[in-house]
Design a protein around this ligand. Structure first.
Ligand SMILES: *Cc1c(COP(=O)(O)O)cnc(C)c1O
Length: 321
C-alpha cells in the first residue's frame, strides 16, 4: 500500500461538502443517567438516526457522488446483506444511478424488501456454495458496473469520517472516543478526523468478542483473517480489516477492544429504556467498552458513536427478553 492511496483528513472535508443536504447532520445526545453511572461526561453521536438507519449512508453517498458520467449511466454493484446494501441502494436512487445488490438467499426478508424498495435490483446467491465477491466482480465486468465495497475504499472511508467531524465540531475536543469496528471504514475515517481535530484524544475501536480479528491484527501488525464470527453484532461480522483501513487504524488508533453479546444486550436495554432509542447490537459496541473501562474514564469527556439502529422489532424484543 503506497501512502498516496490512503485517504486523508482533506478527503473527509470534501466528503462533508458532498453529502451536505443529502445526509442528516445527526444529533449529539447526552444522558444524565449515563454520566452518573460512568462518572464521565458522555456525548453520543446518534447515527441510528441517520438516513436508512446507519452511518453507512455517508460513505455510500460520497462514493457514488464521485462517479463520472459513464459510471453513473452504467450503474453500481455492491455485495452486502446489511446496512451497506441499503446505503448504496438509497444513494443510487437519490443520484439517479442504477444499482445492483448481491445478497444471500437467506438474507432477512425485511432487508431484501428495503433494498428493493429503494429501487435496486437484488441478485441472490447461496452463501454456502457461492462467492459473493466473485459474483459482484463478474457482474461488474459483464455490465461495466462500478463495484463499491463496504469498507475498503477511499471514498467510503472519507464519507464515514464525516460523523466524527460533526461530533468534534459540535462538542469540541474529547479525551476519549469509542467507535464500533467491523472492516474498519468507520474507525479509519474517524481516526483521520480525530488526529486532525482532537489530536490528544484516545481513540478506541470496539469489535465483538467472538470476532476479534481487528484486535489480533492491531497487536500483531499484520491483517489477520478469521471465519465469520457468531455474534449478534451482525454489522461487525467481518472476517478481516482492509488494505486501506488497516494502515490508518494501525497508525492513528490507540487500541482495539472487544465486547460480548451479553454486554451488547445490556446496552441495547439501557439505550432503549433510558435514552428512548432503538440501537442495533453493533451500534452498542462503543458504549459497552466505555462502561467496561469505567475507572479510567472518571471525570473525562468521552464520545461514543452509536453507529446504527437497524434491527427488526421482533428480533429486538427477543434479544431483550
Ligand atoms: C457496517 C457497520 C459497522 C462497522 O463498520 P465498518 O466500517 O465495517 O468497520 C458498525 N455498525 C453498524 C451499524 C454498521 O452497519
Amino acid at each position: 500500500m503506497t501512502e498516496s492511496m490512503l485517504p486523508t483528513y482533506n478527503d473527509v472535508v470534501a466528503a462533508a461538502e458532498r453529502i451536505a443536504g443529502h445526509a442528516h447532520h445527526t444529533p449529539v445526545l447526552t444522558s444524565r443517567i449515563a454520566n452518573e453511572q460512568l462518572g464521565a461526561e458522555l456525548y453520543f453521536k446518534a447515527e441510528n438516526l441517520q438516513r436508512m438507519g446507519a452511518f453507512k449512508f455517508r460513505g455510500g453517498f460520497n462514493a457514488l457522488a464521485r462517479f463520472d458520467a459513464a459510471q453513473r449511466k452504467a450503474g453500481v454493484v455492491a455485495f452486502s446483506s446489511g446496512n451497506h446494501a441499503q446505503a448504496i441502494a438509497l444513494s443510487a436512487r437519490l443520484l439517479g444511478i442504477p444499482a445492483t445488490i448481491v445478497m444471500p438467499l437467506d438474507a432477512p426478508a425485511a432487508k431484501v424488501a428495503a433494498t428493493r424498495g429503494y429501487g435496486a435490483t437484488v441478485v441472490t446467491y447461496d452463501r454456502y456454495t457461492e462467492d459473493r465477491e466473485q459474483i459482484g466482480r463478474d457482474l461488474a465486468a459483464k455490465h461495466g458496473l462500478t463495484l463499491i465495497p463496504p469498507y475498503d475504499h477511499a471514498d467510503v472511508i472519507a464519507g464515514q469520517g464525516t460523523a466524527a467531524k460533526e461530533l468534534f465540531e459540535e462538542v469540541g475536543e474529547l479525551d476519549y472516543l469509542f467507535a464500533p469496528l467491523g472492516g474498519g471504514g468507520l474507525l479509519s475515517g474517524t481516526a483521520l478526523v480525530t488526529r486532525a481535530l482532537s489530536p490528544r484524544c484516545k481513540l478506541f475501536g470496539v469489535e465483538p468478542e467472538a470476532g476479534n480479528d481487528g484486535q489480533q491484527s492491531f497487536r500483531s501488525g499484520a491483517i489477520v483473517h478469521i471465519d465469520t464470527p457468531k455474534t449478534i453484532a451482525d454489522g461487525a461480522q467481518t472476517q478481516h480489516l482492509g488494505k486501506l483501513t488497516f494502515p490508518i487504524i494501525q497508525r492513528h488508533v490507540d487500541d482495539i477492544l472487544t465486547a460480548s453479546d451479553a454486554q451488547l444486550i445490556d446496552e441495547m436495554r439501557f439505550v432503549a429504556s433510558r435514552m428512548k432509542m432503538i440501537v442495533e447490537p453493533t451500534g452498542c459496541l462503543g458504549l459497552a467498552a466505555a462502561r467496561a473501562m469505567q475507572d479510567e474514564l472518571r471525570g473525562k469527556k468521552v464520545g461514543i458513536i452509536l453507529s446504527g439502529g437497524n434491527v427488526d422489532l421482533p428480533r429486538f424484543a427477543e434479544l431483550l427478553s
